[in-house]
Ligand binder design. Sequence first.
Ligand code: BV8
Length: 251
Amino acid sequence: MQLTTASQIPVELQKRFSTAQRVLVLTGAGISAESGVPTFRGGGNSAVWKGLPFDVISSAQMVKRDLPAVWEWFDYRRGILKSLAPNAAHKAIVGWQNKFSEFTLVTQNVDGLHQYAGATDVIEMHGSIWRARCISCHTTFEIPRNDRRQEDCASCGDHLRPDVVLFGEMLPTGAFERAAEAAAKCELCFVIGTSALVYPAASLPEIAKTNGAFLCEVNPERTPLSDLCDVVLTGKAGELLDLIELSELKS
Ligand code: BV8
């Protein structure tokens, strides 16, 4: 059922949203869809770049095999992103950050739109497309939105790569542990705009549920997590997050 009014938000979710102290939000590419950012698997197909499925072009092996091709893929994506802005869903979550006493925002996205919207202390499980890292000394460099990125490391001169977690690579030190600890403690967990296929990020809602959290999924489509959720809001994050907030005011 497509929700269009605050009164359609399940009462149990309204209550939890009003009383929760510790909240965790996990986001995926879908939360940026209404900003114009293509999702990876939305609409049943997978992103492909020059014939390579995205989990091949975005993989550790590809950095070794063909770093220029990896840069071409990420330069292309930054080219799309640099003119895009956060949408209502990103903005709603910024408001939530100040509403709950313990709020943790974990994202799988590398687009930086949560921070652009004003979110702080974002756990970027998969790094950032706006940062590069030296393949030798691991120094990182911010990539300007509207300027060319630097080619080589200013510290040691070796090549740079995107500071993004590619398939087959470990997550940033401590990111998963910090997110998993918050998931185990939260009372209310939102899973917004993710196909819940990529691990270990997709294990976070499972950790929350195992530890007694109320689980709410926001997604136009069902996912492997949907059956685990207490509430599944079917629809677009940019429309539904504001309804959740409005429903609280009415209750
Ligand atoms: C690792 C950066 C070891 C690159 C990405 C079990 C345990 C651990 C690992 C594995 C495991 N099983 C398999 C693995 C290996 C692998 C993996 O998960 N493979 C999958 C495909 C089977 N994982 C890894 O390699 C990870 N590393 O495992 O290291 C380890 C082990 C244990 C503990 C720690 C470490 C590294 C994975 C990271 C890969 N990098 N991104 C880049 O961006 O190019 S993942 C990539 O997929 C993006 O980050 C993306 O965010 C992520 C997940 O996709 P989604 O965000 O969900 O996006 P998707 O398009 O799939 O779905 C969009 C959804 O939005 C849809 O459901 C759609 O319906 C919905 N939607 C659309 N419009 C809207 C909407 N929702 C709301 N509103 C809308 N308007």
